[in-house]
Write a protein that binds this ligand. Structure first.
Ligand SMILES: NC(=O)c1ccc[n+]([C@@H]2O[C@H](COP(=O)([O-])OP(=O)(O)OC[C@H]3O[C@@H](n4cnc5c(N)ncnc54)[C@H](O)[C@@H]3O)[C@@H](O)[C@H]2O)c1
Length: 355
């Protein structure tokens, strides 16, 4: 079968370090077009990766009838607007997270895809990590068999750390200013809280999205309690995810690696997983399973396939699914829930401050 003809919009950090190398390494994908508003940067990246066509912006690329699918990475609030135009132009779209910075923006993006009959995949690479896939299959298995008793509690701890890991893929930079992001944050959010809101959202959208997937909770999620510091970042949020109490611990630590782990407790054991630093290639999440009872056993199953990188598997999955036309595991529709939860968290946080 002919390779999928892909276009890429926005050749900044994530494009050059992660997505362009991954998409161009896939045998069933051909990167045929690049769009970049900073023209000199675009020309250099085009040459570097030998991309046949260069466009001045995403609307020009969207008009190329030979491009079937497009990947996008740009500013938080901007990339969703770009994705919306591409979906409306008939392209299948992969975009970086976050999809949107308000429910209103998110709904308009999903509506554009529905109206045009096109699909959006959001770049929640953790859902494609081989270790996280193993966690999900074990949690499903234990819930179905009852082997570890009932599921009682889930905890995610995310204090971040060093995520780039000396990744030495070459990168071209530019001094030209990037385009300004549109003002799409929720109307109720006071302007002085826009930066903290975006900072919290862009980091922890990964964690909440992953927790919902581990628990197969879909949209059955609500925020029960918010306890954040004055910085609107560090603290604890408690959710109900499909009837399970889930805590999210957020904060910062100076750490040479990545301080993030999730523990899923059953009455008679747990599934525990440690996330790799994001840009550490070919290193999936680690998994531990504890079984109480007679044997008292701890096992550390090795994720398969060995030595894989979540971002590359995400790219593979997108291209395969464009070909097969099946629903995406991290679709725009599913992501609506994450966007709603961030509005809920910050609304509760600000309401508490007002007393
Ligand atoms: N999944 C992850 O782990 C992860 C990690 C880091 C960043 N991200 C996300 O990646 C996104 C991109 O981050 P980045 O650091 O690569 O951004 P960046 O600012 O370095 O690059 C964006 C590029 O898009 C270009 N651009 C903007 N509008 C355009 C248009 N209409 N047409 C063509 N080009 C256009 C800009 O000129 C810029 O070069 C962010 O939204 C961030 O949330 C995700």
């Amino acid at each position: 079968m002919a390779p999928i003809r892909l276009g890429y919009v926005g050749c900044g950090f994530m494009a050059q370090k992660v997505h362009i190398p991954n998409f161009t390494s896939l045998p069933n994908c051909r990167l045929v077009g690049l769009a970049e508003v900073r023209s000199e940067l675009g020309q250099q990246v085009q040459q570097c990766w030998e991309i046949p066509r260069l466009y001045t912006d995403h609307t020009e690329l969207a008009a190329d009838p030979e491009i079937e699918a497009v990947a996008v990475s740009a500013d938080f609030a901007l990339q969703g607007e770009i994705a919306k135009d591409l979906l409306s132009a008939g392209k299948q779209v992969f975009m970086e997270k976050p999809m949107a910075v308000s429910v209103e923006q998110a709904e308009s993006i999903v509506a554009a895809g529905k109206a045009a009959g096109t699909k959006l995949m959001v770049g929640y690479m953790k859902r494609y990590d081989a270790g996280n896939e193993l966690v999900r299959s074990k949690v499903d298995e234990f819930r179905a068999t009852g082997e570890l008793g009932g599921l009682t509690y889930v905890r995610n701890h995310g204090f971040c750390g060093e995520w780039i890991c000396n990744l030495d893929t070459p990168m071209v930079t530019s001094d030209v200013a990037k385009p300004a992001a549109p003002a799409e944050t929720p109307e109720w959010l006071p302007s002085e809280w826009v930066r903290p809101y975006l900072g919290y959202l862009q980091q922890y959208t990964h964690n909440i999205n992953l927790l919902r997937w581990f628990l197969d909770a879909g949209d059955q999620v609500h925020v029960r309690h918010v306890d954040l510091d004055d910085n609107g970042y560090s603290g604890i949020v408690i959710f109900d995810m499909a009837g399970v109490r889930v805590t999210l611990e957020t904060g910062r630590v100076s750490h040479y690696r990545w301080d993030e782990h999730t523990q899923i407790y059953f009455e008679d054991g747990w599934v525990h997983t440690w996330a790799p630093p994001l840009l550490l290639k070919n290193t999936p999440a680690e998994v531990e399973i504890y079984r109480a009872g007679e044997t008292q056993e701890i096992s550390r199953p090795i994720p398969k396939p060995n030595w894989t990188w979540a971002y590359r598997r995400e790219a593979e999955y997108f291209i395969e699914n464009v070909r097969n036309d099946t629903p995406f595991r991290s679709s725009g529709e599913d992501t609506l829930t994450d966007v709603r939860l961030f509005e809920d968290i910050f609304r509760m946080f600000l309401d508490q401050r007002r007393g």
